[in-house]
Design a protein around this ligand. Sequence first.
Ligand SMILES: *[C@@H]1O[C@H](CO)[C@@H](O)[C@H](O)[C@H]1NC(C)=O
Ligand SMILES: *[C@@H]1O[C@H](CO)[C@@H](O)[C@H](O)[C@H]1NC(C)=O
Ligand SMILES: *[C@@H]1O[C@H](CO)[C@@H](O)[C@H](O)[C@H]1NC(C)=O
Ligand SMILES: *[C@@H]1O[C@H](CO)[C@@H](O)[C@H](O)[C@H]1NC(C)=O
Ligand SMILES: *[C@@H]1O[C@H](CO)[C@@H](O)[C@H](O)[C@H]1NC(C)=O
Ligand SMILES: *[C@@H]1O[C@H](CO)[C@@H](O)[C@H](O)[C@H]1NC(C)=O
Ligand SMILES: *[C@@H]1O[C@H](CO)[C@@H](O)[C@H](O)[C@H]1NC(C)=O
Ligand SMILES: *[C@@H]1O[C@H](CO)[C@@H](O)[C@H](O)[C@H]1NC(C)=O
Length: 436
Amino acid sequence: MAFSKFQHLVLGAFFLMILPYAVAYDTLDPNGNITIKWDIMSWTPDGYVAVVTMTNFQMYRHIMSPGWTLGWVWAKKEVIWSMVGAQATDQGDCSKFKGNIPHCCKRNPTVVDLLPGVPYNQQIANCCKGGVVASRGQDPSSAVSAFQLSVGLAGTSNKTVRLPKNFTLLGPGPGYTCSQAKIVPSTIFLSADGRRKTQALMTWNVTCTYSQILASKNPTCCVSMSSFYNSTITNCPTCSCGCQNKNNCVTSASQIKSVVGMNSATGLTSPVLQCTEHMCPIRVHWHVKLNYKEYWRVKITIMNFNYEFNYTQWTLVAQHPNLNNVTQVFSFDYKPLIPYNSINDSGMFYGLKFFNDILMETGPDGNVQTELILQKDMNTFTFKEGWAFPRKIYFNGDECMMPSADQYPYLPNSANTNTLASAIVVPFLLLVLLAF
Ligand SMILES: *[C@@H]1O[C@H](CO)[C@@H](O)[C@H](O)[C@H]1NC(C)=O
Ligand SMILES: *[C@@H]1O[C@H](CO)[C@@H](O)[C@H](O)[C@H]1NC(C)=O
Ligand SMILES: *[C@@H]1O[C@H](CO)[C@@H](O)[C@H](O)[C@H]1NC(C)=O
Ligand SMILES: *[C@@H]1O[C@H](CO)[C@@H](O)[C@H](O)[C@H]1NC(C)=O
Ligand SMILES: *[C@@H]1O[C@H](CO)[C@@H](O)[C@H](O)[C@H]1NC(C)=O
Ligand SMILES: *[C@@H]1O[C@H](CO)[C@@H](O)[C@H](O)[C@H]1NC(C)=O
Ligand SMILES: *[C@@H]1O[C@H](CO)[C@@H](O)[C@H](O)[C@H]1NC(C)=O
Ligand SMILES: *[C@@H]1O[C@H](CO)[C@@H](O)[C@H](O)[C@H]1NC(C)=O
């Protein structure tokens, strides 16, 4: 390689900063999306009754509390007579109606899920979870959310009905972009005993995909590193998730009240962040812990730097060439991700139910950790050149900021630092080339 060390660093830093945003889709979950399906179950004198089902096909990105918000724009003058399992947040102007008043008269309704515990007659299957939808990788049975609505002043046949337009999805923050609704083959439903098939009268789908750059200007997590063979601890890059100022963080829990007092003036939103050099709500630490003859051991710790915010159903994704030979994972669940049917170098970790599936607010309990044992492939395994550290880390589906390649802890007296940098930069270059 004819690159100078300086060029390595510049290139490395450039790609590490640009990469999360340059790719339009998620390289570790290329088919991930949230699909919203409208099934017309019956026609009514002035419209139809539809069941709307939202399915999260993303392997490791869930919708956490306070849940999803779905919006659209009606094609004509449709109204929502009633809803089951969800509600429009705003009724709008229904003054034209006498007697029977619709649930929502807005041209652009905004719908949210109901909270758990609503009476049975206001529920349908897969509703009423406060808008929380699991990722497909973690819990496919909870990766669905549904509601029913009765639409009036609408078409009353599959020739006259008009599809709603401009779907928007918050999950719960920004980041999703939705396609136009598209008529698809009508859904076929199977009865519980599997002995009778029924069919929707008409079905349309909308697909929403996530982009991290739309979700937030800055990363939301960062990675720090250490190893048994070098006492250096490589911290997260300074300002990984933004820089400190006197209004955007606190140094202790007792300080929160005073900052929250300032809140309305500064626009500081809760949860309140602990002041750190990196200013990330989440830090992932990768420690290369032990070397056995045929195996090696890594410890991963995830730390929460939010006061007053617990992460439920969190997920962590790591990319490392040795993840194809994970032998044992302690304290976390692990599932390999095989995005291109052949490359088995990434996987998702998530908490064990009722044990560590909630990452608590900052404090003594504000971390979760695992250790994993990997079997060495003697042809590729090395502690040199930062090989033992991850190529990418995602927390809750957002890619974390990594230290620059020249900062990785390296083997004492190991080969020169140039090869370290190129070992990191070359795969990134290839990835970028492949992505375009
Ligand atoms: C949405 O995800 C599903 C499951 O991965 C996939 O089959 C489908 O093709 C995706 N849809 C689009 C429009 O990408
Ligand atoms: C429509 O969405 C459903 C998921 O709700 C999916 O199973 C089906 O494949 C989608 N159809 C098309 C044509 O994308
Ligand atoms: C509309 O319904 C008729 C029968 O009611 C059916 O033959 C036709 O395929 C449907 N068209 C669409 C687009 O669903
Ligand atoms: C839908 O969104 C597009 C682009 O944002 C806008 O031009 C159009 O007017 C919107 N349509 C409706 C019906 O609001
Ligand atoms: C986080 O969880 C702990 C323990 O269950 C609880 O005491 C605390 O109130 C929770 N914090 C928030 C903001 O919900
Ligand atoms: C991928 O790696 C995991 C171990 O992390 C292994 O259990 C699985 O069999 C591998 N899958 C393939 C297709 O190689
Ligand atoms: C690592 O896993 C791959 C399959 O993913 C397998 O072919 C290979 O033999 C494994 N190597 C070792 C050292 O176990
Ligand atoms: C440990 O790694 C750092 C780079 O992070 C390097 O500067 C230092 O020289 C290494 N320590 C030893 C003893 O080689």
